[in-house]
Design a protein around this ligand. Structure first.
Ligand SMILES: Nc1nc2c(ncn2[C@@H]2O[C@H](COP(=O)(O)OP(=O)(O)O)[C@@H](O)[C@H]2O)c(=O)[nH]1
Ligand SMILES: [Mg+2]
Length: 377
């Protein structure tokens, strides 16, 4: 088998027959060997209709799950229960036009690893979504691309319509949380080339959308998980968290110096700050930039001095920003907060470039580099 179309379905009784018919029509002039595989969690008559089609049409198969466990796991199930060389995932409600299938197959045959029809490149549109959904969809995509670097070059990274070579997910543990299985694949799979094809996302044919607040929440949790699993994406949040924990180390030490050792307050403050910086350095060296050490030739004590110098500058920067904002009438604590945010970003960048190795590290490893191409609309 060359191609499996994996189609998650949930209460789509008035769509599945149309869909199958349109897929056959679209692929009639190609000589590709394909099957249509539904993973169905429906509670309406969809499974009966699928059963009827499967009995008459060898190219249709389906797997019905009782108490279905959601869209993402349905797609993973579909991947596991098929054996074809390529897989295309599409919705059951005809919002994804089957006419696009021959082009997608052509690109896959030409050797592209992942093909993603896109609503957001020239010639594409998301006309099938109403105003509010468009905004939510834009927000969701933007957060995803902000948190996960690997999604950035992909214009429609939350698409439910995409195709890929089976080998890219072989041996990869896919654990989607909620709907957006494509981000799971983009983050975890082994691929080099992505190709985008513009298309027009249509309005639903029949039945209704199952998108919900709960799914949007799942999406955020999913992003969060992927971020912590990704060496490059967790760097900044880790750095910020270590910085935050340093405040408590600083206060704890200072309390000890003053109340246990009876130390002079100024001396206690300076010592506590210096030791908190060393503490932060140790954690960042061990966790945030743990992969940098193999590449880095600077000895540890130089890294530590650089880190402390940057921390000192960053304290000055905070104060400077707070004072500047105070002069234009902004309350000092608000100003200090803004100062802390800016100097955290600054010191992160400075440490990334100076202390732990610079450009080498910010470039993806050779085996993680991705080339994105696209068709013109
Ligand atoms: N198997 C399965 N499919 C689902 C589930 N939820 C939604 N789907 C299918 O996923 C596709 C996208 O869902 P839809 O409600 O159209 O979302 P929208 O296009 O974002 O409004 C459709 O084919 C649905 O039938 C689910 O829990 N299980
Ligand atoms: Mg839909």
């Amino acid at each position: 088998m060359e191609l499996s179309l994996v189609i998650p379905s949930f209460n789509e009784k008035d769509n599945v027959q149309n869909l199958v018919q349109q897929i056959h029509q679209a692929l009639a002039d190609t000589n590709i060997d394909y099957e249509i595989f539904f993973v169905d969690d429906s509670t309406d008559e969809t499974p009966q209709r699928l059963e009827k089609m499967a009995a008459l049409d060898q190219r249709v198969r389906y797997y019905h799950r009782e108490n279905g466990k959601g869209l993402g796991t349905a797609v993973v199930e579909g991947i596991h229960q098929t054996e074809s060389e390529w897989i295309i995932v599409m919705d059951a409600d005809l919002q994804h036009p089957p006419e696009l299938l021959p082009t997608m197959v052509e690109r896959l045959k030409a050797g592209i690893d992942i093909v993603i029809p896109s609503r957001f490149v020239e010639g594409g549109s998301d006309g099938g979504l109403v105003g509010v959904r468009k905004l939510i969809s834009f927000g969701a995509r933007s957060i995803g691309r902000l948190l996960l670097k690997r999604l950035r070059p992909i214009s429609d990274c939350t698409s439910g319509f995409f195709g890929f070579k089976r080998t890219v997910v072989q041996g990869v543990k896919l654990q989607p949380l909620g709907w957006k299985i494509l981000i799971e694949i983009l983050m975890k799979a082994n691929y080099r080339t992505v190709h985008e094809i513009p298309y027009q996302f249509k309005a639903r044919d029949a039945g209704e959308s199952k998108m919900s607040i709960r799914e949007q929440w799942n999406y955020l949790i999913h992003l969060w998980k992927l971020m912590w699993q990704s060496e490059e994406d967790r760097r900044f949040p880790l750095f910020a968290m270590i910085g935050f924990s340093g405040v408590w180390v600083n206060l704890g030490l200072m309390a000890g110096f003053i109340y246990l050792l009876g130390m002079n307050h100024v001396l206690a403050s300076v010592l506590a700050s210096l030791m908190a910086m060393v503490n932060n350095y140790i954690w960042n060296d061990a966790l945030t930039w743990r992969d940098a050490k193999q590449k880095e030739h600077k000895p540890g004590w130089i890294r530590m001095l650089l880190f402390m110098a940057i921390s000192a500058v960053s304290v000055a920067l905070t104060t400077w920003i707070m004072r500047g904002l105070e002069m234009i009438g902004i309350q000092v604590l608000v100003g200090q907060t803004i100062g802390i945010l800016i100097s955290t970003i600054w010191s992160y960048q400075a440490n990334r470039h100076l202390t732990w190795g610079g450009k080498k590290l910010s470039l993806p490893k050779p085996d993680r580099r991705v080339i994105v191409t696209r068709d013109r609309g």
